[in-house]
Design a protein around this ligand. Structure first.
Ligand code: HEC
Length: 202
């Protein structure tokens, strides 16, 4: 009986010793997750990263507190005030102007440029031949767009804001600088696309 007890005791000590050996990995704060979900933090490709929002929710990365928690930025871009702020025209905004034909030419090139997105996607990947434009596209801007209202509660939306929205969401990229010629070029080209779209709908 005593012998059995001492064997049991020996086993328990071994287990204890093993757990002491294994514990420090947790105790010293090492990440118990093999693949840290924070590594693929969508906030990185998120305008929050670039956009100097006063209260940037991505700055206080919730992954820091709990490395295994699913990153709420992934699911809730809609609730992300930085994304809304990045899409909405800034105060005192004056769009860049210039020769329409020249801007539209540049805009067409940008529209087909896959390097604008980290996923080798261009605007044309979705919108070639007027694909994916809904009926709302026939209306003069600003107007209601389902995706803008549904995802960001922006209603109505301007054309340049729509460009920024598609840069951030489907393109998974950064918005254009508001004072950039690229944004003006994209808008000029889309005005031409919209004119053709309206003709096509008639
Ligand atoms: C992955 C697909 C995808 C890509 C890439 C994409 N878009 Fe869109 N875009 C959509 C969808 C879907 C809609 C329709 C949204 C709606 O009507 O609710 C849309 C709608 C639009 C509209 C019309 C909104 C209206 O007035 O009805 C414009 C303009 C637009 N996109 C511009 C762009 C530009 C510029 C780019 C590139 C920077 C781009 N899109 C890239 C999916 C995409």
């Amino acid at each position: 009986m005593n012998r059995r007890l001492s064997v049991l005791h020996g086993l328990l000590s071994l287990l204890f010793a093993w757990s002491m050996f294994a514990m420090p990995a947790y105790a010293s704060g090492m990440n118990p997750c093999a693949a840290n979900p924070c590594a693929a933090n969508p906030c990185a490709a998120n305008p929050c990263a670039a956009n100097p929002c006063a209260a940037n929710p991505c700055a206080a990365n919730p992954c820091a507190a709990n490395p295994c928690a699913a990153n709420p930025c992934a699911a809730k871009i809609a609730a992300n005030p930085c994304a809304v702020k990045a899409i909405k025209r800034p105060a005192h905004y004056t769009p860049v102007t210039g020769d329409h034909a020249a801007l539209a030419r540049k805009g067409k090139a940008l529209f087909n440029d896959e390097s604008l997105s980290p996923n080798e996607t261009s605007c044309a990947t979705c919108h070639a031949g007027h694909a994916m434009f809904k009926k709302s596209f026939i209306h003069l801007y600003p107007h209601h767009v389902d995706m803008a209202k549904g995802k960001f509660d922006i209603d109505p939306i301007h054309l340049d804001e729509m460009v920024q929205l598609c840069m951030i969401v489907p393109m998974a990229s950064k918005p254009f600088a508001w004072d950039s010629q690229d944004l003006a070029a994209m808008v000029a080209y889309l005005q031409d696309v919209q004119r053709d779209f309206i003709k096509e709908q008639k």
